[in-house]
Design a protein around this ligand. Structure first.
Ligand SMILES: Cc1cc2nc3c(=O)[nH]c(=O)nc-3n(C[C@H](O)[C@H](O)[C@H](O)COP(=O)(O)OP(=O)(O)OC[C@H]3O[C@@H](n4cnc5c(N)ncnc54)[C@H](O)[C@@H]3O)c2cc1C
Length: 414
């Protein structure tokens, strides 16, 4: 735990210890405020949690940290997170074969296999280079303030063929947005494309929860109370069961749906959902630290990877961890595991029959649906502040920025 800075200014309660709440609390603590964080769950991290099951690290839903995130990169100690990188690009399962679509600018040796992979035309591949060039030069703030349309319209307007949109973009960005019609805002597409182009997708070797845990260690001891769901919020206090806790400022850093409920808002945000199935294997289906996408999108598997091939901490010695993601709400699909196991045998042959199913995570409230023109006011009342990915973008960077901005604005008000 870090040392307390002086002098103490106002008293702030933060509701929720996800990345937004923790970032807000860390910044407020650095600025000298007295902070208390109340979290409903039994650990910090919110949607970024990891469970250790027999030595396998199972993130609650497959997700990655993009090491080019500008604000998260300034706040976190990335070296201490021991980030391990995915290879740029992807393998695409198409017509019964896995083909490489690698980022040839960052991996020139991939030029031959990528140029001739049957995913999109040569013209599409040139357009990918043009888009990369364009977005690497575009400033992040210009992206968020620029024109907005659906990602699918954006790609068509840029000149991409229906074939590459279907075979690659819907598969790759379907996994990023957790919806494959690509109705998500083109701003989020531009932002993530820029991040993927300028850095790597990574996993901390100790699992994704290492990220929120690192932030929690920067708060004073006892600042975070776990298993304390907040029942109601007013401008000067919160209620947890019958206990009243007063403060000068209250920060609602819950997910958007809970914030709407606590504020009595009529419109609750909608969500994109996903399920993640984990398997253990004696031998990895492929050794590359790369994501594999279903290019045909005819089955349930949307994407899969071998986290232990990226970060060895994810599996015990001599074992491999395989993560399979499905998009949409699959909670009521009783046959999901059997259907996925059958698809895995189609992809990898009989060896997939020996894999052991470890766990399925259904995450119904994974990413807030990102409506076009999404602008959420940060300060709702005089002293109730709202942060979280739903106020920015459904991403680790979006959550962290929202927390930091809220902390800065509270301090400016003093
Ligand atoms: C499956 C999945 C894949 C993702 N993939 C990526 C990815 O690859 N890259 C990326 O950058 N982002 C990804 N994201 C998004 C990213 O994880 C989220 O945007 C971010 O973690 C949201 O943080 P938050 O603090 O805004 O909200 P949350 O993490 O939801 O935190 C809110 C906190 O509030 C607590 N809370 C709720 N109600 C109460 C209450 N009444 N009282 C007290 N506490 C309460 C919750 O328990 C929670 O801890 C993914 C998310 C999911 C789920």
């Amino acid at each position: 735990m870090s040392e307390s800075p002086a002098p103490t200014t106002s008293d702030v309660i933060v509701v929720g210890a996800g990345l937004a709440g923790l970032s807000c609390a860390v910044r407020l603590h650095e600025l000298g405020h007295r902070i208390r964080v109340f979290e409903a769950a039994d650990g910090v991290g919110g949607r970024v949690r990891t469970d250790n099951v027999d030595g396998f690290l199972l993130d609650r839903g497959f997700q990655v940290y993009l090491d080019a995130y500008p604000e998260a990169g300034k706040l976190l100690d990335l070296e201490a997170l021991d980030l391990r990188s995915f290879e740029p690009g992807a393998l695409v399962w198409k017509k019964g074969e896995l083909r490489s679509v690698l980022d040839v600018f960052r991996k020139p040796s991939a030029l031959f296999s990528s140029a001739f992979a049957p995913i999109g035309s040569m013209w599409d591949k040139l357009l990918v280079a043009k888009l990369r060039f364009h977005l690497l030069r575009k400033h992040v703030s210009d992206i968020w303030q620029g024109p907005e349309m659906t990602t699918s319209n954006y790609l068509r307007k840029f000149g991409f063929s229906d074939r590459i949109i279907d075979d690659f973009f819907r598969s790759f960005y379907g996994g990023v947005f957790l919806e494959d019609l690509l109705v998500t805002s083109s701003r989020l597409f531009e932002f993530t494309f820029k991040m993927f182009s300028s850095g790597s997708a990574t996993l901390p070797n100790a699992g994704m929860q290492a990220i929120p845990e690192q932030l929690a260690t920067r708060l004073p001891e006892n600042a975070i109370s776990l298993n304390r769901p907040v029942d109601s919020v007013t401008s000067d206090h919160i209620m947890i069961e019958d206990t009243r806790q007063e403060a000068d400022h209250i920060v609602l850093a819950t997910d958007g749906a809970t914030a709407a409920r606590l504020l009595g808002a009529e419109i609750a945000p909608r969500w994109n959902s996903t399920s993640c199935l984990y398997f253990s294997a004696d031998e990895a289906p492929f050794e590359e630290a790369i994501i594999a996408l279903h290019g045909d999108r005819e089955g349930l598997i949307h994407n899969l990877c071998v986290p232990s091939a990226v970060a060895p901490g994810y599996a015990p010695d001599g074992k491999s961890l395989i993560s399979v993601s499905v998009i949409g709400n699959q909670e009521d699909n009783a046959d999901l595991t059997r259907a996925i196991e059958a698809e895995l045998v189609e992809w990898f042959g009989e060896k997939a029959e020996t894999w052991k199913h470890l766990r399925t995570e259904h995450i119904l409230q994974a990413l807030p649906v990102d409506p076009l023109g999404n602008e959420t006011e940060i300060c709702r009342h005089e002293s109730i502040w709202i942060c979280g990915d739903h106020t920015r973008s459904g991403s680790i960077e979006g959550a962290i920025i929202s927390g930091l901005e809220t902390a800065n604005r509270i301090s400016e008000k003093e």
